[in-house]
Ligand binder design. Structure first.
Ligand code: DLL
Length: 443
């Protein structure tokens, strides 16, 4: 594989990039058609053959692939390579449902490492850095993905894995970690604990930046995290099916996530019709891998929602940039007919001073009508205030949520540190309606 830690792939002209993508797409389509019965059957049914794919624009002729395809063909049914050439299995429990596994060849590990190394490098990583990795290691791609990337950057890696907060902070102080890689919710928890211990990140730590991803987070959450830890907090995106962390990443300009377009083709489609949408219009994110050989993915429906822009970034990269993931087509909560994304609520809550960055959304059905309860923590100083003060706070939150989301919700102020904290991906929505309709009792 080419050495990707050079501008030649990240700063290409659009024409050169499209030519490269077209050539790699043709190869990938042929590889899957020849080796994966599911792809062959689906393309035959759609009346498309590998010869019909000549340029990158022809991608729209190809059928989509879904997570159900991975489950239906579990575990090895989508391999395009001989099983003996698969050197790694990574997996995901997904945000919903049964687990999936994905096979990586040596080439695929290399592709993923290069993509993720670009991400860390864009957040400032180099040989002088000490990178503390607090993503979980294992089938989940976060730990190993960040590990491979930091190693490729020549940094000193501290493979902590997730959890054990006191130990994380001790190591961070003793070793002088300069970069942190974990979920934004765990970074928040680390930051709060550091503050509670009376430590001042500027004085007591050497952290300068971090790559945070694996779950949606808002611009407001970034501001909070950057203040808490006194760092640059960059977003990093990825998914097991495509290549773990590093499919797209923010540079220090923090103006959207650069997509590694020489390895994947990004499309944004209308989730209802499947038709491609113009740049800037929010829609479902679709990825096609064009350099993987073990388990290539053709037009994989991520169910993540965002926008894309192809304008050149101030950092010099010319690659397409994804906006923040604003939700998933399957995490949208429909409450009394109104679509609510958890990120909308997070944006409101984290923007109010005195509110702690921890919340839970409880959806239920009472007398055939949907209810949404927002449980939120105030920080210590505000919680110890008068009852009237807390009630004012509560009423203000109800009002702000109503103006953003369009419906009245119940807001419950809970004591500081009483809501769950997450060491990996946060799970902030509890929907009791499905179990209620099945006659099951919710805890
Ligand atoms: O979460 C890979 C990863 C690890 C990405 C570490 C970044 C950092 P999965 O477990 O397969 O893979 O989950 C993929 O997580 O479809 C999104 O819904 C969500 N997700 C990942 N990164 C982001 C992000 C890893 N930066 C699913 N913002 C994806 C919002 C994200 N959502």
């Amino acid at each position: 594989m080419p050495n990707i830690l050079t501008p030649e792939y990240e700063c290409m002209s659009r024409d050169a990039l499209c030519a490269l993508q077209g050539e790699r797409l043709r190869k990938t389509v042929k590889l899957t058609y020849d080796n994966v019965p599911v792809y062959r059957e689906r393309m035959d049914k759609a009346g498309v053959s590998p010869e019909d794919i000549k340029t990158v624009e022809d991608i729209e002729k190809l059928p989509f692939t879904e997570k159900t395809d991975l489950r239906d063909n579990f575990p090895f049914g989508l391999f395009a390579a001989d099983k003996r050439d698969i050197v790694r299995i990574q997996g995901s429990s997904g945000t919903t449902g049964k687990p999936i596994v994905v096979g990586y060849t040596e080439n695929d590990i290399e592709v993923w490492t290069e993509m993720a190394a670009r991400a860390l490098k864009a957040a400032g990583c180099g040989r002088d850095d000490i990178v503390q990795i607090a993503y979980g290691y294992g089938l989940f791609t976060g730990g190993l993905g960040a590990h491979q990337a930091a190693t490729r950057c020549g940094a000193m890696v501290v493979p902590m894995s997730s959890g054990n907060t006191a130990r994380q902070i001790m190591m961070m102080r003793e070793l002088g970690s300069t970069m942190l890689c974990c979920t934004p919710s765990y970074a928040t928890m680390l930051g709060e604990t550091i503050r509670e211990m009376g430590l001042d990140p500027k004085r007591d730590l050497k952290l300068k930046s971090g790559c945070f991803g694996a779950e949606p987070w808002t611009a407001q959450m970034r501001t909070k995290l950057e203040e808490l830890l006194d760092i640059d907090a960059c977003d990093i995106y990825g998914l097991t099916e495509i290549a773990g962390p590093g499919v797209a990443f923010e540079c220090l300009e923090k103006q959207g996530m650069h997509v590694n377009e020489d390895h994947v083709i990004i499309e944004i489609v209308d989730p209802e019709t499947g038709k491609n949408l113009p740049d800037g219009t929010p829609g479902e994110l679709i990825f096609t891998t064009i350099t993987k050989t073990g388990q290539p993915m053709i037009r994989y429906r991520t169910h993540d929602i965002c926008t894309v822009t192809r304008e050149k970034c101030a950092c010099g990269r010319t690659t397409a940039r994804m906006g923040r993931i604003t939700g998933r087509t399957d995490d949208m909560i429909v409450v009394r007919g109104v679509n609510v994304f958890p990120s909308q609520i997070e944006g409101v809550l984290v923007g109010i001073s005195g509110v702690a960055p921890h919340y839970m959304l409880i959806v239920d059905r009472v007398h055939s009508s949907d209810t949404l309860e927002v449980q939120v923590e105030l920080n210590d100083a505000n919680f110890s205030d008068t009852v009237a003060h807390i009630e004012n706070f509560r009423a203000a939150i109800v009002e702000r949520i109503k103006s953003v989301v369009g419906i009245a919700v119940k807001v419950t102020i809970v004591p500081p540190k009483s809501l769950p904290r997450f060491e990996g991906k946060a799970k902030r929505v509890v929907d009791k309606r499905e179990t209620a309709s099945l006659g099951l009792k919710c805890e």
